[in-house]
Design a binder for this molecule. Structure first.
Ligand code: HEC
Ligand code: HEC
Ligand code: HEC
Ligand code: HEC
Length: 247
């Protein structure tokens, strides 16, 4: 015996539920009508009835599909998505002084240089010590903590993604292809539902641990102070325009 398991997205689920409901109504109605219509006329009336039900089904499915779509930004584009958009996609909004220039803080931090570091003499020395076959900047053993998304088995990359950006915004805040959209970013809960992570100490420990060949004991408070990049307290989100889809 084989067991069939069907899985649905929320959209399909909604459609399927409505569809099942309509199907059930059809069967019931046909049976009730059978009681009242003489057998000889049943075929004719039955045809008319089927036509009516078919048009009902069509209109219902259109309604349920459009419900599904209205919902989709909130539910469907969830953290299951792993498309890393690239720092430039965040820079467009997060470089402005009014918002607090988080981009500028990041750019001046060591995280922005994490890939370049792998091209240094020091990195070559470490790679040699470890007996790596390839140079540090081509070795998964190093890229894992020095390039965004490298340790994410489901990672996909957007057009603007550059490995040269090292440890970018999305290393800590999650793959941003969906939450970066203006209509989503202004609502933090919606942004989280679309993959935004507000990082805590644990997220840093993924890389700041003893597997780092040049590990420096990690103290969250001290280290976090060095990269602090707050939103400007006077800043009000007004649902920024997102006309250019190609950001
Ligand atoms: C269309 C402009 C825009 C883009 C693009 C954008 N952001 Fe934002 N982001 C904002 C605005 C505006 C806010 C402030 C929202 C508010 O006031 O609650 C914000 C807030 C945030 C917050 C703080 C959330 C909170 O309330 O604590 C984080 C983290 C963040 N963005 C990360 C990113 C990352 C990472 C990217 C790139 C993948 C990105 N943003 C791209 C406009 C943008
Ligand atoms: C995906 C890996 C990764 C994550 C996550 C990460 N870091 Fe780092 N961090 C690095 C790497 C790699 C460097 C070294 C970059 C270099 O020098 O080229 C570094 C360097 C730093 C430095 C500079 C240290 C020094 O020697 O001056 C600070 C501060 C820092 N990280 C803070 C944090 C904090 C706080 C978090 C969590 C909120 C965090 N990092 C999360 C990879 C990471
Ligand atoms: C587990 C994550 C991790 C891995 C794997 C890793 N690094 Fe790093 N690397 C870091 C972090 C984090 C730092 C910042 C120093 C610290 O706090 O550990 C760093 C810093 C460095 C530095 C700068 C040291 C300094 O004193 O400024 C070099 C060079 C470096 N790594 C090279 C490498 C090479 C080469 C490899 C591969 C053999 C590698 N790293 C693998 C996380 C990692
Ligand atoms: C090394 C990890 C790391 C990187 C890289 C990083 N952030 Fe953050 N970000 C954090 C942490 C930690 C916080 C503080 C969360 C909190 O308030 O508890 C934060 C907070 C924020 C906030 C909200 C600040 C507030 O006042 O609420 C914004 C906006 C933000 N980041 C945007 C960005 C952008 C844009 C980039 C890239 C240019 C970026 N971050 C890169 C770790 C990171």
């Amino acid at each position: 015996m084989s067991l069939e398991i069907q899985t649905f997205t929320a959209e399909e689920g909604l459609f399927y539920e409505n569809y099942k409901l309509i199907e059930l109504t059809c069967i019931l109605s046909v049976q009730i009508l059978r009681e009242f219509i003489p057998a000889s006329r049943f075929k004719l009336e039955g045809m008319r009835l089927m036509k009516l039900f078919l048009s009902l089904i069509l209109s219902f499915s259109t309604i349920s599909l459009s419900f599904g779509q209205a919902d989709s930004t909130a539910v469907l584009k969830n953290t299951g998505q792993h498309i890393y958009a690239g720092v430039e996609r965040c820079q467009v909004c997060h470089e402005a002084d009014e918002i607090g220039n988080q981009f500028g803080v990041w750019q001046a931090s060591k995280h922005a240089k994490a890939y370049q570091t792998l091209l240094s003499d020091e990195a070559a020395k470490i790679a040699k010590e470890k007996g790596l076959e390839k140079p540090a900047n081509e070795s998964p053993e190093c890229l894992e903590c020095h390039v965004t998304g490298y340790s994410d088995p489901k990672a996909e990359y957007g057009e603007k993604f550059e490995k040269e950006d090292g440890i970018g915004c999305e290393s800590c805040h999650g793959a941003g292809e969906f939450f970066r959209k203006a209509d989503i970013m202004c609502d933090i809960e919606l942004a989280k539902a679309n993959g935004l992570i507000i990082p805590v100490e644990e997220d840093c420990l993924r890389c700041h641990n003893e597997r780092s060949p040049r590990y420096k004991p990690f103290d969250f408070k001290i280290f976090n102070e060095k990269i602090v990049h707050k939103l400007n307290p006077g800043y009000k989100c007004e649902g920024a325009e997102d006309e250019d889809e190609d950001w």
